[in-house]
Design a protein around this ligand. Structure first.
Ligand SMILES: [Mg+2]
Length: 260
């Protein structure tokens, strides 16, 4: 048996498309145009930068989950002249965060080819067992998979909040290996984020597929991933082969005594 460990956001679930729809709705529901005097795109662009920075801080352990939830909004308001620490802004930010977690999980957009890939893998259950590896908030991740109808494809869900470590921490991957009772070379990590998914898997010797649909360049001095694709359906072609070339060997060298 081989284990395919999929990242969720931006690998299977169309995080950006889904978030965009939710934020557009929020912009109207919470009357943000009147409040910030900017259009949606300007607001959202600032939000994105602030949110990414907060998530990086959360991964590094310098801010808590609750701080991320509120500050992603309050700090965006601050950019448009509001006082981020005023009780009214903090309250509004909390409300928006709650709304986002609930409404956001109702979105069902998937990445191109994701459903076809998962449905095909479902016919290959003898060979491949699927797990999710995600850093997202637990209360959002499971409902997201359920509403988009992809939870049924997975036999294991590895959520950072449950595991106690976040990707790219090697301990996250080590715990996943223990729970699967698998060796690194029996697994394959598939993810869109080089620093989070690929570097983390590399640290424990799990082969990786970098789903680089944004065509980013490798971070300076970084080792190339085992495989790189820009289309999820290429993975189907790779995994359909009787002996997937290079897929289950993190060194990229031939692995002749592969356990079955
Ligand atoms: Mg991702």
């Amino acid at each position: 048996m081989k284990y395919l460990l999929f990242d969720l956001d931006r690998t299977l679930w169309d995080f950006d498309g889904n978030a965009d729809r939710t934020y557009r709705a929020m912009y109207d529901v919470f009357g943000l145009e009147q409040m910030c005097h900017v259009d949606f795109d300007t607001f959202h662009e600032r939000y994105r930068v602030i949110n990414d920075a907060l998530w990086e801080a959360y991964r590094n352990g310098t801010v808590t989950k609750e701080m991320v939830a509120i500050r992603r909004f309050s700090l965006t308001f601050a950019e448009f002249g509001c006082d981020a620490s005023s009780p009214a802004i903090v309250r509004l930010s909390q409300k928006m965060s709650d709304y986002y977690v609930v409404e956001g999980t109702h979105q069902t957009g998937l990445m191109p080819g994701a459903r076809e890939l998962l449905e095909w893998l479902d016919t290959q259950r003898e060979r491949y067992s699927l797990a999710v590896i995600t850093n997202g908030f637990s209360e959002a991740q499971i409902p997201k998979m359920r509403t988009s109808g992809i939870d049924r494809f997975f036999s294991k869900f590895f959520l950072s909040e449950d595991i106690g470590f976040m990707k790219p921490d090697w301990r996250f991957f080590e715990v996943a290996l223990q729970r699967l009772n698998a060796e690194p070379d029996e697994c394959l990590v598939i993810g869109d984020d080089y620093k989070v998914d690929i570097a983390g898997a590399m640290a424990v010797g799990i082969p990786q597929v970098w789903y680089n649909y944004r065509h980013q360049t490798l971070p300076q001095g970084a080792m190339p991933p085992t495989l790189e694709i820009d289309n999820l359906l290429s993975l189907k072609t790779i995994l359909a082969a009787p002996e997937p070339v290079g897929a289950f060997s993190s060194t990229g060298t031939k692995h002749s005594n592969d356990k079955k």
